[in-house]
Design a protein around this ligand. Sequence first.
Ligand code: TXA
Ligand code: MG
Length: 339
Amino acid sequence: MDTRIFHLDEINQAAKAIQEGKLVAFPTETVYGLGADATNEKAVKNVYLAKGRPSDNPLIVHVASVEMVEKYASEIPENARKLMTKFWPGSLTIILNIKKGVLSKTVTGGLSTVAFRFPDCQPTLDLIKKAGVPIVGPSANTSGKPSPTTAQHVYHDLHGKIAGIIDNGPTRVGVESTVLDMSTNQPVILRPGAVTKHQIEDVIGSIDLNHHHVGKNETPKAPGMKYKHYAPNAQVYIVDEGTDWKQVVDWIKQQPFDVGMMAEEKILQQESLPMNAIQFSLGKNVADASARLFDGLRQFDDQPNVKAIVTQAFPIKDLGRAYMNRLNKSAGGEHFAIK
Ligand code: TXA
Ligand code: MG
């Protein structure tokens, strides 16, 4: 199958492909999603196949109105409505109890809940409206790889397997949405994202944070959390705050292979780097770093001589919590330490 690139003036054609049960990757403000008609069982199954995604890992349903949520959720609690008003369109995914019999088990991985997201990206809102159905959208990467933040990333992973990709350039936020479970009395953040715990608490009061690493025999609340994630070919090492970058650079010098070095501009400029240090700038702050992280990890996959990647840590607060959550997973929890 040829995978075509849809330009922004071709949303009608992309919507037609969705209606025909085809797979079309779409942009959002966070990462690109792999879209299919959420009400078409066969199309949804093909999403799992194209990604190589385990079938017990449920998909987010993307909507372009709160009315669409009302059609599929058994009820929308008052607090969920408040959050929708405040943060939609935006990077907050809300999990609610599902109305019986309206969406296939394939969408929810057999759970009695369903995740809803109203992305802050006009072309995709137009796509949903024109298709006239909600659109499932896991990140449009091969399962286990860093999420895609450009149409080229999607093409790299999925060309030949999907009908098309809507190209809207690089995404703005770069890490996936905050996933908030509101299906029980006490709301819980299952995945940190750009909408922070504080921002949510300002609207609905105290909530829990539960995205700690899940042990082998535990059942995670967000099934996706138990799988390997965001892993480039080279081993990633987290460079904790307070580490002397001179020591990192010394270590790089001693290695017989190339080492990817992902750090803020000011750090890259300060150090005189050895030949085998391949730099990737994380920009000027944690927002830049979040937007660039997956792109950097992916670029090193194209450089077979890079066998290790050292990546700068940021404080675990606000957006930094989302950044560090993704970095930790891509590193499998490994930190740089002087050997
Ligand atoms: O920013 C995003 O959320 C992107 C863009 C494309 O919208 N989408 C995305 O989807 O990241 P995905 O499938 O890669 O991640 C969704 C996460 C998974 O960890 C999944 O297990 C969890 O949300 N999830 C989905 N439905 C759930 C449910 N009913 N209960 C618990 N967790 C759920
Ligand atoms: Mg994903």
